[in-house]
Write a protein that binds this ligand. Structure first.
Ligand code: CDP
Length: 224
């Protein structure tokens, strides 16, 4: 039976980079479910669909030709064969992704696809998977072998995202990032809010930990 490790957390918690490194060290697949919602959003925009038309958005996503590369050393996202891995990180996508991700029919479609990707190992395709997002421990894989909520203080998350986006965590960069992080947390609050870990989910606060320390703490939680 393939090993399933579920990691959830808010924007800037480090869940993507940490999950990817943990998958690499353990020889598991890595699934970035946020990238799936981002790719769906990219494609909806590309198709010129009105984001307010929930039925049209859902129909588009149900027909989406989406391919996730789950090798942690070379993760990637393709829509109709077109590599969108970089495009889906642009601010124009980050600022609207919550609109698509809070569409319940979109979530139902993604849930199906994410479960298929995570459990592909049941057919012997892979050893297991580290899947990360916002509802993996609670909805997508509540039966995962290890379930972990990775959080960090708002201050720490802002500083990390500012460094990623602007190369610096000075006051101006942090302010420029605040809207993205804080507003998206609130836009996503119907999907998940991370004030308390769900039953049986381990909670790791990485505010005071650097990347290596966080990876080590997650690995320790997994082998315990
Ligand atoms: O890395 P960051 O936290 O900025 O975002 P992400 O993990 O790439 O996720 C982007 C967006 O996808 C989130 O803001 C949510 O709207 C949505 N998402 C979701 O609804 N459910 C998930 N399991 C993962 C992401």
């Amino acid at each position: 039976r393939p090993l399933v490790i579920a990691v959830d957390g808010p924007s800037g918690s480090g869940k993507s980079s940490v999950s990817r490194e943990v998958a690499r060290r353990l020889g598991l697949e890595y699934l970035d479910t946020g990238a799936m919602y981002r790719a769906a959003t990219w494609s909806v925009v590309e198709a010129g669909i009105d984001l307010a038309d929930a039925a049209a958005v859902a129909e588009h996503v149900r027909n989406l030709d989406l391919t996730m590369a789950t090798d942690p050393t070379a993760p990637g996202v393709r829509v109709a064969g077109h590599d969108v891995s970089a495009a889906i990180r642009e601010t124009r996508i980050s600022s609207i992704v919550s609109k698509v991700a809070t569409n319940l029919d979109v979530r139902a479609e993604m849930l199906k696809r994410q479960r298929d990707l995570i459990t592909a190992g049941r057919n012997g395709t892979h050893q297991g998977c580290v899947a990360e997002g916002r509802d993996i421990t609670t909805v997508v894989a509540p039966d995962a072998d290890v379930r972990l909520l990775l959080t960090a203080s708002e201050e720490a998350r802002l500083a990390r995202r500012a460094k990623e986006l602007h190369g610096s965590a000075d006051a101006a960069s942090v302010e420029a990032t605040r809207d993205q992080i804080v507003r998206r947390d609130s836009d996503d609050s119907t999907v998940s809010n991370f004030e308390v870990a769900a039953d049986g989910v381990m909670h790791l606060d990485s505010s005071a930990l650097d990347f290596e320390q966080t990876v080590d703490a997650v690995l320790a939680a997994i082998t315990r």
